[in-house]
Design a protein around this ligand. Structure first.
Ligand code: BGC
Ligand code: BGC
Length: 656
């Protein structure tokens, strides 16, 4: 915050320099960009001044309609043919499940985006569109992409270098489909694990979130010489720290959306908490070059974030010196005054939101904007400011020079390098919660292993939400490896591995005809995939059926090991004694075999909880900030930072 003055000064200098009247000469539509000397562009003062000059020149030539078009982001299934050109649309997005209708391949994606881009380039000023997508754990909407563990697993791994590489790999697979903008990372400091988006966050502690969020952003945005950047380009793929601010810190039951409880709800914390706990990841992202931020659906002290002019304009833009643009969330401006669209748009734009993720009825948005400007309710200077910010990002991405990315990135999809990276991330994300009698690691010559549970052998379940569809998709539509296939390939050739979804192994007999008893039995307990408020859940306990799966295995195996696949900690206090070992594996993505790498001891357990693990539902919400002084039965079952390692005796877990 000590930068605030110099940033303010810089911004005001910039703005006063920009106030000059438009030049009389006609500017070529293909704008020349001043080349830097090095092949890897650094935004030196000269380059940035030249970019600012080009922005001003372009802006000076734009009509109100063209400016409003830049502020409009339309969902790809809603845009009518010809309308990008007709309305000068500035941005298109794919929401969850927004793959091309023809087929879900990189080539089809690329052709789809290129088609939209051609329409944008057919406008008078040929301003390219900026296409955005949620590639929140790899390019999840693309079939057969490399799907990395959801952020909760990366929080447990807590390895910024790894996260940066994942950002880079994700960016490459996105460019392969023609897309240079990722609505990620979520940098919420999640305070309540009942939230359906818990897994999209790295953890409950500010520093961990800042460090991993920033690492991911660097991975997405940093250019290398091999990328052959165009002159003036400073960003590889645009990242979006989201959702500004307070998602994950709302109050249970405060949401007004459908059956949601926490998601899109109200946060009621003092400014001090907001500044100390929730804001630092954004400040750190801005300092590391963030040029887009998404506003949150949620509210602070009863006012929707999309209307929070103090936080958007004064804190983010002025105080932090954020010079990129703020995008709304999906139809979120409309929620400010549910019965008054005009007032919602006026309030939100004036509060600082620069681009509206409409996503459906763009004509009404455009007409509303026009009347608001003509009525003087939104000053045209405010429209100029928004467009200036949007154009700045388009220049930073080099879109004017190269509106579609090089197709060479298509070779990176599920490349050996990306798969190995994902598998490493899976290994590092695992947290060993209990390991009685050194049940793990398993010996590779164990005679009989049983594996139970649907999550043991379904890529869709282990990937979670935001995979192929918004709410995720059960089944095996994506390539990858599962926990079962990993165990099968890791175990020795003499080991018998049997699988039963329902955990009934009675059909298997030993050589004397008696029911076969396993030496080790794995029970995989998995949540059904969910996303956003659909996943808000008051009861995190294991169900009766899940408990039965464990007790049934107890009767069929010498040793029982439970693997939890979940987007958040579950309440397991009662069931903990039923198995020798417990592993939290989160939502590992497509490379599930990374789990077997650790189970058989080829790699160590290194993951540590990035969330406090609750002892009971009644305890919720519990986290390091509200329960640091709690002890005994009041304390979490496992504290933040907990995670066992091989070779260290397991501590006694105190019964309550
Ligand atoms: C989510 C955002 C997402 C957007 C586009 C919204 O519902 O809250 O995180 O980026 O949809 O899919
Ligand atoms: C979209 C998501 C979006 C959600 C918001 C879905 O239909 O696919 O991207 O976040 O709607 O409700």
């Amino acid at each position: 915050m000590k930068h605030s003055l110099s940033f303010l000064l810089l911004i005001s200098l910039l703005f006063s320099a920009c106030g000059a009247p438009p030049p009389a000469t006609v500017i070529p539509t293909k704008l020349p960009v001043v080349a830097t000397e090095t092949s890897v562009p650094v935004m030196d003062t000269e380059t940035s001044q030249s970019v600012e000059k080009q922005i001003e020149e372009l802006l000076a030539r734009m009509t109100l309609e063209e400016k409003i078009g830049q502020m409009t982001q339309v969902e790809k299934n809603s845009i009518k043919p010809g309308d990008i050109t007709k309305y000068y649309i500035g941005s298109i997005l794919s929401g969850g499940g927004g793959y091309p209708t023809a087929e879900n391949t990189a080539q089809a994606w690329y052709a789809m985006v290129e088609g939209f881009q051609k329409e944008a380039l057919a406008t008078r000023l040929q301003i390219p569109i900026l296409y955005g997508v949620d590639a929140v754990h790899g390019h999840g909407n693309l079939r057969n992409a490399t799907i990395f563990p959801h952020n909760i697993g990366l929080g447990a791994a807590n390895n910024p270098e790894l996260v940066e590489k994942i950002g880079r790999a994700t960016a490459e697979e996105m460019l392969a489909t023609g897309i240079p903008w990722n609505f990620a990372p979520v940098v919420a400091v999640v305070q309540d694990v009942r939230w359906g988006r818990t897994y999209e966050g790295y953890g409950e502690e500010t520093e961990l979130v800042s460090s991993l969020g920033t690492a991911y952003l660097k991975g997405l945005q940093s250019l290398t010489a091999e990328d052959n950047p165009v002159p003036g380009q400073s960003i590889f793929v645009l990242g979006t720290p989201k959702h500004f601010i307070g998602d994950g810190a709302t109050i249970w039951g405060s949401s007004r959306t459908e059956n949601y409880q926490l998601d899109q709800g109200n946060m009621q914390v003092p400014e001090e908490f907001l500044r100390q706990i929730l804001l630092p990841p954004y400040q750190s992202a801005v300092e590391s070059g963030a040029m887009n931020i998404m506003a949150s659906f949620s509210s602070w002290k009863g006012t929707k974030m999309h209307a929070q002019q103090y936080l958007l304009n004064e804190v983010l833009k002025d105080e932090f010196g954020f010079n990129g643009f703020i995008v709304s969330d999906w139809q979120a401006m409309d929620q400010i005054y549910p019965d008054d669209y005009y007032a919602s748009i006026v309030t939100s734009v004036n509060a600082g939101v620069d681009m509206n993720m409409v996503p459906y009825d763009y004509v009404t948005f455009i007409e509303t904007m026009k009347s608001a400007v003509n009525n003087g309710d939104i000053p045209e200077s405010r429209v100029d400011e928004a467009v200036r910010r949007i154009l700045r990002v388009k220049f930073a991405l080099g879109l004017f020079e190269r509106p579609m990315p090089d197709t060479k990135y298509q070779g990176t999809i599920r490349s050996r390098e990306h798969l190995e990276l994902a598998r490493q991330a899976v290994r590092e994300s695992l947290v060993l919660l209990k390991n009685e009698n050194d049940a793990l690691p398993l010996s590779k010559d164990m005679p009989v292993i049983f594996v139970a549970g649907v999550g043991a052998h379904e890529i869709g379940v282990q990937s979670g939400g935001w995979t192929l569809e918004w709410q995720g998709k059960v089944g095996n539509d994506n390539e990858g490896t599962t926990i079962l296939s990993g165990i099968r390939s890791a175990a020795g050739s003499d080991t018998r591995v049997e699988y039963s979804r329902e955990g009934d192994f009675s059909e298997f007999k030993d050589s004397t005809g008696n029911p076969l008893i396993a030496d080790a039995g794995f029970v995989v307990i998995a949540e059904k995939p969910y996303a956003e408020g659909v996943g808000d859940q008051a009861d995190l306990s294991l169900s009766q059926a899940e408990t039965k799966l464990i007790t049934a295995m107890r009767e069929q195996s010498q040793t029982v090991i439970v693997i939890l696949l979940s987007g958040r900690p579950r309440v397991i206090t009662e069931q903990l004694p039923l198995a020798e070992a417990w592993v939290a594996a989160w939502l590992p993505g497509t490379e599930g075999a990374g789990i077997a790498d650790v189970l058989f001891g080829d790699f160590p357990f290194t993951g540590k909880l990035s969330f406090s693990w609750p002892r009971s539902n009644e305890q919720l919400p519990i986290n390091i900030y509200n329960a640091s002084d709690k002890t005994g039965c009041e304390a979490p079952l496992f504290p933040f930072g907990y995670g066992l390692e091989y070779g260290h005796p397991s501590p006694e877990i105190e019964p309550c």
